[in-house]
Design a protein around this ligand. Sequence first.
Ligand code: GLU
Length: 380
Amino acid sequence: MSSVVESGTVRMADRVKELKSRGIDVISFSIGEPDFPTPQHIVDEGISALRAGFTKYTPSAGIPELREAIAEKLRSENGIDAKPSEIIVTPTKHAIFMAVLALVDRGSEVIMPDPAWVSYEPMVRISEGVPVPVRADEETSFRLTPELVAEKINDRTRLIILNSPCNPTGAVMKKEDVAGICELAVDYDLLVISDEIYEKIIYDAANHSPASFEGMRDRVITVNGFSKTYSMTGWRLGYLHADAGLLGGIQKIQTHSITCATSFAQKAGVAALKGPKMPVEKMVAEFRKRRDFVVRRIREIEGLSVVEPKGAFYAFPRYAFEMDSEKMGTYLLDEAHVGVTPGSSFGKFGENHFRISYATDMQSLEKGLDAVEKALGKLG
Ligand code: GLU
């Protein structure tokens, strides 16, 4: 574990919480957590399940009605030929962790974008695999292209991790890039984990699920969940889909780790998938307004530049000050009382950036960015 660093997002969020508990007025742009309540019909379903005594273990892979609803969603919305028996219901982060643990052997190489979500690399290290970052910063307009991926493939390569929309850059993969990477996976017999947790939070772009591409059904583990789309972070509910040939090892880890996902949360998950789409649409419309504001405001601040995000709820500005991003994170917390996640938490190419989660109210965004501008102004 000595080669594994603690999660930068969780660490920063904990620091912000700790400062707040001491009465310090900190604005948090740190963790990626929608500020909206979980929609009422979903909460009601969870409460009804509790009242009805649905409080015991469930089948390890999840309750049948939720696995059916997920398979139906994947078929109709993602074009994935999914069966309920190929779904494991589990917290999304745990889904990725189990897939990596099950599929990566000692010394196997795992290709992933850099910058990328803070936990992919540690998960690979915990599995004694070798993370192989591929540069996907401003130099490529945050694109993970098939050409760059191809350069990294060798006979130890086992897996490619994709995440679109991307945390932390907000980039959405173009269809041709997904298609090109899928072709590589087929040609070199590789597996893909596709983390689609921000699928619904997308602006002027479309999501393309790799498992729907030709020849990919048997080699993609598609991961998604309820935390971001339905503002259900605390319910710890998500899922993965994989072909039966890949599922066995993952399912064993589920039985030896969490046994099953929380019972009443699973009932609420059915309500989320089958219920009205309105709350999600309203939330995304609000995120779009905030995205527009945040991008405009960042571009007004001297020393900052930003590529407009096309999805998720993160902006990933680059700064032009002589300070590493860990120090910058601490500086902004101490000086501006604003919590951001240091760019280096997302990989080497995340250095000289910080991540702003704009899943927070407009007033805090205005106040927080004013404070950031003032603090950066002092650096000259
Ligand atoms: N994925 C979210 C984030 O990046 C939640 C925290 C985490 O799991 O890293 O902020």
